[in-house]
Design a protein around this ligand. Structure first.
Ligand code: ADP
Length: 359
């Protein structure tokens, strides 16, 4: 296997001096570094390139841009300039690299330069998600807050008792909405923050029954028959029951909210390939296929007006996805616009022995 050139390693390397042996060890250590490392001598000849930097040698397409930046920065570094450049590569895959070069000097004598190539793609993605999230939260809170202010102002100048009563009712509705958004945000951050969540083997039947019980009054009020298919007692999942009940309740809540009165909503659960599938089916308005991928994002709504009218926060499905993934499962959706939607939670079945040990 050919080894990349390393500083001070010459042809007679078998009888390496202690210095040469140190260099070799250093070169091996640099091979393990996830950042790309490129070293040149005073004349600009490459003396070392670690594995992570290999893809930028003889590179084509997007990587050639990075290779060019490395050359330029090394050239400047040989003249004593320390410089750094952030380089977005439009891929695919999309990447962001930070390339930094600095001279290698012994006092005033510059004997080469080193370039470091650091992949900051994930960091930048997280930063951008966080920025969008803060912007979205601010916007979502501003709308009901603005409405509250306006309602209070109008109330202050209204003389008619009936008008004041109606304004007060609206005020309560808006403040409830604000409260729900804050509750959902707290739920989301709680789920995210739980590093060692508690898990207990729980019959799926109980989770389903509890969710149906919670949603029952709303379904009755909306004229939606809620049909529960029988769930066998042997289906168990290791879970935080409160979180899973709230995920199933969110699915039922949507199924009821986005259905016309009289349309049945069904819920059931069955085992499949070592998993349990909890299924919520409705025959409501459905979801356009172009929106299906995005409905699990925080604050994404297909029809803003309808979501608002039904008291939605745009956070329900984000909570469902977080809870499911935190339990090692996934959430799936199938929907046809105008015909209805089916949401499925696939969760690992609790192993019978684990259950026996834990109970
Ligand atoms: P919301 O609080 O607005 O209901 P969710 O995160 O629960 O927020 O859902 C996101 C969006 O997905 C909703 O605004 C709605 O447009 C769509 N949606 C979710 N469930 C259904 C469903 N069962 N039928 C039709 N549309 C749905």
């Amino acid at each position: 296997m050919s080894r990349p050139p390393s500083p001070g390693v010459g042809p007679g390397a078998d009888e390496a001096t202690p210095d040469e042996e140190d260099c070799r060890r250093l070169a091996r250590a640099l091979e393990c570094v996830p950042d790309g490392v490129v070293v040149v001598d005073a004349e600009g000849n490459e003396t070392f390139r670690n594995a992570a930097a290999m893809r930028f040698r003889d590179a084509r397409h997007a990587e050639a841009l990075a290779a060019h930046a490395v050359d330029q920065l090394l050239e400047a570094a040989r003249q004593g300039v320390v410089d750094e450049r952030e380089l977005p590569l439009f891929g695919p895959p999309r990447e962001v690299l930070v390339i930094r070069a600095q001279p290698l000097a012994d006092g005033a004598n510059i004997f080469g330069a080193v370039a470091l190539i650091h992949d900051v793609t994930d960091t930048r993605r997280v930063e951008s998600v966080r920025r969008d999230f803060v912007a979205n939260v601010s916007h979502e809170l501003k709308t009901p807050l603005g409405a509250l202010g306006l309602l209070a102002e109008t109330m202050a100048s209204a003389d008619d008792v009936e008008v004041v009563r109606r304004l007060a009712e609206q005020l309560v509705r808006e403040s409830d909405r604000l409260g729900r958004i804050v509750d959902d945000l707290l739920d989301l951050s709680l789920i995210e923050a739980q590093e060692a969540p508690t898990r207990e083997p729980t019959p799926v039947r109980i989770l389903v029954e509890e969710a149906v019980e919670r949603l029952g009054p709303l379904a009755v009020a909306q004229g939606i028959p809620l049909q529960t298919e029988p769930v066998t007692d042997d289906l168990l999942v290791n879970c935080d029951p409160g979180q899973l009940v709230s995920a199933i309740t969110n699915l039922l809540d949507n199924a009821v909210k986005y259905s016309e009165p009289g349309r049945v909503v069904e819920i059931g659960a069955r085992p499949e390939h070592g998993q349990v599938l909890i299924e919520v089916r409705d025959h409501g308005i459905g979801i356009p296929s172009r929106d299906l991928e995005r409905i699990f994002e925080r604050f994404y709504r297909v029809d803003k007006a309808r979501s608002r009218a039904t008291g939605g926060t745009g956070l329900g499905l984000a909570i469902v996805r977080h809870v499911t993934e935190a339990h090692g499962g996934e959430v799936m959706v199938e929907s046809i616009e105008g015909e209805g939607s089916t949401f499925r939670l696939a969760l690992p079945l609790a192993d019978a022995t684990t259950v026996a040990e834990m109970s």
